[in-house]
Write a protein that binds this ligand. Structure first.
Ligand SMILES: NC(=O)c1ccc[n+]([C@@H]2O[C@H](COP(=O)([O-])OP(=O)(O)OC[C@H]3O[C@@H](n4cnc5c(N)ncnc54)[C@H](O)[C@@H]3O)[C@@H](O)[C@H]2O)c1
Ligand SMILES: O=C[C@H](O)CS(=O)(=O)O
Length: 491
């Protein structure tokens, strides 16, 4: 066990596990291989976890397959009770889970705790929803015919999750899956496996039967994905990550017509109309752009400001951003943590330099940390135009580009001019405009006069190349069941 100084902060050190969770056992790789987990704020190794190979991934799939039918045969109430216990254990360990999350991902500790509780909220919600996976009784088409519609669990789910919300993105998948009677093999991002493994510890303590939840760790993500997609035992792939990888999984799953949930990339527009409450719009932009240092799929990637309020908004936003505290996620008062790795810093720099070369100007920020450090100061750019890379690509960092526009028609056209369609935001106090723009934005989710829309009670997901399926709300369960129709003939 790596005794990192963060581990000494844990009330319950047994939550920090450096083994994979397969068939209810904590295992190492057969060949003894491990990979390091690095604190992005310091570049220090904080743990080492098993680098599993295809045999071990198939063992996890087999375990999930063995466990699934007995799990599905429990009553909904029994599954609900297990998930409720799991929820209670997550909440009770939230402080420790947040410490582990900040250590491996870098986000400020308060944001990490918010993420842990947000993920737990999905477990709570689907513990309740487990008892409401209702079907239908439909009037027969002949006197002797009786039509019943039931919803049955899909079966074994292969779940692949990203590094930016390593706890909540797994919770958002396992909650509906287990609630309806599926079992699950999770593969967390190699950068952040510890949060998923800690959830495995708590699932075990909650009494989830062996094999219902498995967590495999590997640096060979492509191997895990193709193993999920080619195994006849895996009936569904639930993926959160980039659109490029989503495409790969769609292709690989096509041969077996795998059921898919894809939560993919975004390029969210954030629109400020001249009738907006500008101070509220500034606060909305800060949370929509700089939450998780800009590393969220629903971040405001393009900020469009109507020309009449452009000067006021850009000055107020720049002043607000200049006060954001950058630092180690464990340091008191930190609001902007490190980016996940050097490539993330490189991408932000590339987008910034491209914009500057095409005429944009920095009003605040624009600086990266010392070489080898992953910090980047929260930055506001003015004079941004659609020709710049950051208009077409997801920056995934603390860079707020301000575009100017004149008319509603113009900004709707610009906002929708992207292959992505995950989230969109706008600020306006004109009710007719609110209904028009909410209708016209080509996104799966819209925030009106708010920059934060993520909740377990609403259907989270995108359209176009931001994915398919929904997570959260009653719609979230639909992705983990098959509908079965029974026609009973009895005179
Ligand atoms: N829509 C959402 O809810 C949501 C949430 C978080 C992140 N994202 C998106 O994820 C991206 C950033 O996260 P990321 O860098 O971890 O994305 P990524 O696609 O590189 O990795 C996501 C997961 O896929 C795995 N992976 C990588 N290559 C794979 C392959 N060939 N086959 C199978 N699995 C593979 C990774 O190991 C990781 O576990 C951004 O585009 C962001 O918008 C979307
Ligand atoms: O990266 C996007 C995740 O879905 C995080 S959140 O749901 O917006 O908090």
């Amino acid at each position: 066990m790596i005794k990192s100084d963060f581990a000494s902060k844990l009330k319950d050190p047994t939550l920090l596990v450096e083994k994979a969770f397969v068939a209810g056992q904590w295992i190492t790789a057969r060949n003894g291989a491990t990979f390091d987990v690095i604190d992005p704020a310091t570049g220090q190794k904080i743990a080492a976890v098993p680098d599993l190979e295809v045999e071990e991934v198939n063992s996890a799939i087999t375990a999930a397959h063995r466990a699934q039918k007995p799990w599905a045969k429990l009553t909904a109430k029994d599954r609900a009770s297990s998930l409720r216990t799991f929820y209670d254990l997550i909440v009770a360990s939230a402080d420790d889970l947040a410490i582990i999350l900040t250590a491996e991902m870098g986000k400020p500790l308060q944001e990490a705790k918010t993420e842990v509780l947000y993920g737990a909220a999905y477990v709570e919600w689907f513990a309740e929803q487990a008892k409401r996976i209702d079907g239908d009784v439909i009037p027969g088409y002949q006197l002797d015919k009786h039509i019943f519609v039931v919803k049955r669990p899909v079966g074994v789910v292969g779940a692949i999750t990203p590094w930016n919300f390593p706890s909540a993105m797994l919770a958002r998948k396992l909650a509906p899956a287990l609630a309806v009677g599926c079992s699950l093999v999770a593969k967390p991002a190699a950068q952040t496996p510890l949060s998923a493994l800690a959830l495995g510890v708590l699932a075990e303590r909650a009494g989830l039967p062996s094999g219902v939840l498995n967590v495999v760790t590997s640096t060979d993500a492509a191997m895990v994905g193709s193993t999920f997609c080619t195994s006849e035992l895996v009936r569904k792939i639930s993926f959160t990550g980039s659109t490029n990888v989503g495409r790969i999984l769609m292709r690989q799953g096509a041969d077996q017509i795998k059921k898919l949930s894809l939560e993919l990339g975004g390029n969210a527009p954030f629109i400020v109309f001249d009738d907006a409450d500008i101070d509220a719009a500034v606060e909305g932009a800060v949370v929509a752009k700089f939450r998780n240092a800009g590393q969220t799929c629903v971040c405001a990637n393009r900020i469009y400001v109507q020309s009449g309020v452009y000067k006021e908004f850009s000055e107020k936003l720049s002043r607000r951003v200049s006060g954001l505290k950058v630092g180690n996620g464990f340091a008191k008062g930190t609001e902007i943590g490190p980016l996940i790795d050097g490539n993330a810093v490189k991408k932000v720099k590339e987008h910034l330099e491209n914009a500057l070369s095409l005429g944009a100007c920095v009003t605040v920020g624009g600086k990266s940390g010392e070489p080898g450090e992953q910090f980047f100061s929260p930055t506001v750019l003015v004079g941004v135009t659609s020709e710049m890379k950051l208009a077409r690509e997801e920056t995934f960092g603390p860079l707020a580009p301000l575009f100017s526009f004149d008319t509603e028609e113009e900004v709707i056209q610009m906002a929708n001019d992207t292959e992505f369609g995950l989230a969109g935001y706008f600020f306006s106090r004109d009710l007719a405009r609110i209904f028009r723009v909410a209708e016209d934005l080509e996104t799966g989710m819209v925030g009106v006069n708010t920059g934060l829309i993520s909740t377990e009670m609403a259907p989270f997901g995108g359209i176009k190349q931001s994915g398919m399926g929904r997570e959260g709300s009653k719609y979230g369960a639909d992705d983990y069941v098959n509908i079965k129709y029974v026609c009973l003939s009895v005179a």
